[in-house]
Design a binder for this molecule. Structure first.
Ligand SMILES: Nc1ncnc2c1ncn2[C@@H]1O[C@H](COP(=O)(O)OP(=O)(O)OP(=O)(O)O)[C@@H](O)[C@H]1O
Length: 305
């Protein structure tokens, strides 16, 4: 594993208010990592510290395995989009990129053509910015991040405010950059669903700290639909289910509850089996855990018990 970004006990205080509590985070080469949090969770503050726009109150940032004074030299290897770039509306895409190429001191002129191609805007390079769709504008913003040839993109809410088509375009682009150009990507959103299709890892941030850090597989596992049963004799119910349904996947809950993860289409058959064997089924219902609610702390903690 090759670390791209690591933070240790990162903190930021604004006038007595702690925007970032000690925040430990790491991003590995090749990942698309989604940083998910509600408005005010601390995502922008975190990104602004990484980009150097603001300074942390305490803690450390390591970039590409470098720490201390060596970090500064690694910053150019990250391409940031922390705020929406201000493009000139009456310039074409190519003119806008050329302006920023010169402004940022990128030497190779050909880089403009390259990045427009990378984000799929070659055919629209002569179109004026104000004629672009929302998705195209955002793709141009990502082209700007790519101008200096970074190894990793850090994008703050790039999908925010886009229509469905724009969201799809940006997601597709990020996936292509990751798969075809081996670009590591850290991308934030306040909606899990926006990034669920592309991210390989999900870091949930709440009140300035990481509350959950899961892989795609772990996330999918947690979002499985479940069948919840409440019976008077759970141990006996489990014995019957194991005998009847090969590989039945279950969890015993407090208060004589039983959670089934497979055989979900067998609810009425399961009910009959239990009742016919003298078990009182007090409740049987489907539950689809809303991860968004769970991780963002909008539901009771014991929903996952
Ligand atoms: N410059 C600042 N001065 C004072 N407080 C700030 C400043 N910037 C951020 N905060 C506070 O820090 C906390 C975290 O804000 P931050 O913008 O990082 O959250 P966020 O997750 O990016 O939310 P959003 O999606 O709304 O931007 C909030 O309580 C916010 O009010």
């Amino acid at each position: 594993m090759e670390p791209i970004i690591q933070t240790y006990q990162l903190q930021k205080t604004f006038g007595g208010e702690q925007a970032l509590k000690p925040l430990d985070f790491s991003l590995q080469k090749g990942e698309i990592c989604a940083l998910i949090g509600k408005n005010g969770a601390g995502k922008s503050t975190f990104f602004k510290i990484l980009s150097g726009q603001i300074v942390a109150t305490a803690g450390e940032v390591h970039l590409f395995g470098k720490s201390g004074d060596a970090v500064a030299s690694q910053k150019s290897r990250l391409g940031f989009m922390v705020e929406s770039p201000q493009f000139f509306p009456d310039f074409t895409a190519a003119q806008n990129m050329e302006y920023f190429r010169i402004q940022r001191g990128v030497v190779e002129k050909a880089r403009v053509t390259e990045v427009l191609k990378l984000v799929g805007l070659s055919h629209h390079r002569k179109k004026k910015f104000h004629e672009y769709s929302m998705g195209m504008k955002q793709r141009l913003g990502i082209a700007l991040c790519l101008l200096s040839g970074p190894d990793c993109l850090v994008l703050d809410e790039p999908i925010n405010g886009l229509d469905a088509e724009g969201i799809k375009e940006v997601r597709q682009l990020l996936l292509e950059l990751n798969q075809r150009k081996q670009m590591t990507i850290l991308v934030s959103s306040h909606l899990l669903a926006e990034l669920q299709l592309i991210a390989s890892r999900f870091v949930f941030i709440k009140d300035g700290t990481v509350v959950e850090d899961v892989s795609k597989a772990e996330l999918e596992d947690k979002s499985k639909k479940q069948l919840i049963l409440h019976v008077d004799l759970p141990a006996k119910a489990v014995q019957l289910l194991e005998r009847q349904y090969e590989g039945v996947d279950y969890l015993l809950l407090p208060n004589k509850g039983l959670k089934l993860f497979n055989y979900l289409d067998f609810a009425s058959e399961i009910n009959r089996l239990l009742v016919e064997n003298g078990i009182e089924v007090r409740e049987i219902q489907y539950e689809s855990l809303n991860l968004e609610d769970y991780f963002l702390g909008l539901v009771e903690d014991d929903v996952y018990a």
